[in-house]
Design a protein around this ligand. Structure first.
Ligand code: ATP
Length: 213
């Protein structure tokens, strides 16, 4: 018999994180149900990326605790398997082509390579043979979006998914976020673009002075 589904995709209790003496996150508590889509707002330097990195298991809280689908954030190995984290330029191999990047990722997830289809879905067919390092920042973002389509992870974390994209790219992000939502994924993304974010978010959060409102 499989384990019962946890009630929460993410739980944070009084999480704080400091760099040197400076607390960036002071007291962050949050309960997220599976299937929720959360937009995270906050000015430059408010701590959005820091919070996403804590949830991704890449940074340890200085205080407080958290769980991802019931797994303690301290269990970084389990947490990283449950989370897909899309950051600026992250997860791409600079010397591999766009197609090779996707085929490599597919194999990593135990899937048959199908880069041509994925590149088509994100409007990158013409760039299949270009090395990731030679793509524009918007094209790299589209390639990361294609990586997200491959990821079986139930919790998707995206750091400013709309940044550096043209209108078509922004629309592609919305489309794929909605599709992921339709598959029952839980999504937490930071954004400076509330009009776009509101088109997909089921709840919004704002980080201000190290706490969530
Ligand atoms: N590894 C680090 N070492 C020291 N300070 C850091 C580190 N990472 C982040 N900070 C600091 O933490 C604060 C919050 O940064 P963070 O990147 O989380 O903000 P953000 O809300 O994502 O900002 P933006 O909207 O500008 O991307 C900033 O003052 C930043 O300089």
């Amino acid at each position: 018999m499989s384990a019962p589904a946890p009630d929460f995709a993410l739980q944070l209790a009084h999480v704080a994180r400091k760099f040197g003496p400076q607390f960036v996150l002071r007291d962050v508590s949050l309960d997220v149900r599976p299937g929720e889509v959360l937009a995270l707002y906050g000015g430059n330097g408010a701590g959005k990326t820091t919070l996403l990195r804590v949830v991704a298991g890449l940074l340890s809280p200085s205080r407080g605790e958290g769980r991802v689908f019931g797994y303690d954030l301290k269990d970084k190995r389990s947490v990283r398997e449950l989370v897909f984290f899309m950051t600026e330029g992250g997860g791409l191999y600079a010397d591999l082509t766009a197609a090779e990047n996707l085929d490599f990722t597919a194999r990593m997830y135990g899937l048959a390579p199908h880069s041509a289809e994925l590149l088509g879905r994100v409007g990158l067919t013409a760039a299949a043979g270009k090395r990731a390092r030679d793509l524009s920042s918007g094209m790299r973002k589209r390639l990361q979006l294609a990586r997200m389509l491959l990821a079986p992870s139930p919790l998707l974390l995206l750091d400013e998914p709309f940044a550096n994209l043209d209108a078509g790219g922004k629309e592609a992000v919305l489309t794929h976020l909605r599709a992921a939502q339709g598959e029952g994924k839980t999504i937490l993304f930071s954004s400076h673009e509330p009009e776009l974010a509101a088109q997909v978010a089921t709840r919004t959060l704002t980080l201000n002075d190290g706490v969530l409102a």
